[in-house]
Design a protein around this ligand. Structure first.
Ligand SMILES: C[S@@+](CC[C@H](N)C(=O)[O-])C[C@H]1O[C@@H](n2cnc3c(N)ncnc32)[C@H](O)[C@@H]1O
Length: 232
């Protein structure tokens, strides 16, 4: 998925060699087994309908909020969030086949039914979700692309992405970011600050902190990080 020639709705079966990335087969098997995983063309019809899709049993009430975590890694925070908020629906995005599969496996292992693991590049967010569909976006430790000045163009959270979030997040919803990169944090603060409908806040509806793998790694090395919530 890191291959930029692959677009989010592409059918991966003809584009990715199974001998090179064995996780494609695992993703396909997981989908056949109806595990909570979505990728490729089947992402298309979920836009605007995620909560309905997550509610497997149509007799049960629809989840009341839709939370999207971007860059779920191996799903540690994602699974805990979904477990702690059984009446909400969760969509977890990552671009790495192995991480998307592992997150899906964890959901099944922990019998978490209100969440789905999605293989998608979050720069396609507007193609995956509709306007005002999302109650909260969580991005913990996005790749900072800090080493060389010219790499900053690779950052996910840029001006266009912030504008997209302001369209997709409903009024009262939130964007929660953590990063160890001062430079990235200041840039995002400025961008979000310039969008008048977001205000800095001390808390989200989530209610408590969820230390991620990267957060723990930095804390073990006594490296500080920025932690900020903006509410729309
Ligand atoms: C530095 S890791 C942080 C992982 C986790 N959030 C944490 O805090 O421990 C960044 C994660 O974002 C994923 N990622 C990077 N670019 C992405 C994109 N454009 N869309 C979705 N996921 C992305 C990576 O595969 C990786 O799992």
């Amino acid at each position: 998925m890191k291959n930029s020639s692959i677009r989010v709705f592409d059918d991966l079966s003809g584009l990715v060699r199974r001998d090179i990335n064995p996780y494609l087969l695992k993703l396909e098997e997981a989908r056949e087994k109806k595990m909570p995983i979505v990728f490729g063309p089947s992402l298309k019809d979920k836009k605007g309908k995620w909560l309905d899709y997550i509610r497997k049993d149509k007799k049960s009430p629809q989840p009341s909020k839709l939370i999207v975590e971007i860059g779920v890694h191996m799903g540690q925070v994602f699974c805990q969030l979904a477990k702690d908020h059984p009446n909400w629906g969760f969509v977890g995005l990552d671009i790495t086949f192995k991480r998307v599969y592992s997150t899906c496996e964890k959901l099944v292992k922990n019998k978490i039914v209100n969440a789905v693991s999605v293989l998608a590049d979050a720069s396609y967010l507007e193609e995956i979700f509709s306007i005002n569909e999302i109650d909260g976006v969580i991005i913990f430790f996005p790749d900072p692309w800090d080493k060389k000045r010219r790499q900053t163009k690779n950052r996910l959270i840029n001006n266009d992405f912030c504008k997209t979030m302001s369209r997709l997040i409903k009024p009262g919803g939130f964007f929660w970011m953590k990063t160890d990169s001062q430079n990235y944090f200041l840039e995002v603060s400025n961008l979000i600050g310039s969008i008048s409908d977001f205000k800095k806040s001390n808390h989200s509806d989530i209610g408590k902190d969820y230390p991620s793998i990267f957060q723990t790694r930095f804390q073990e090395k006594n490296i500080g990080f920025y932690n900020c919530i903006w509410v729309k």
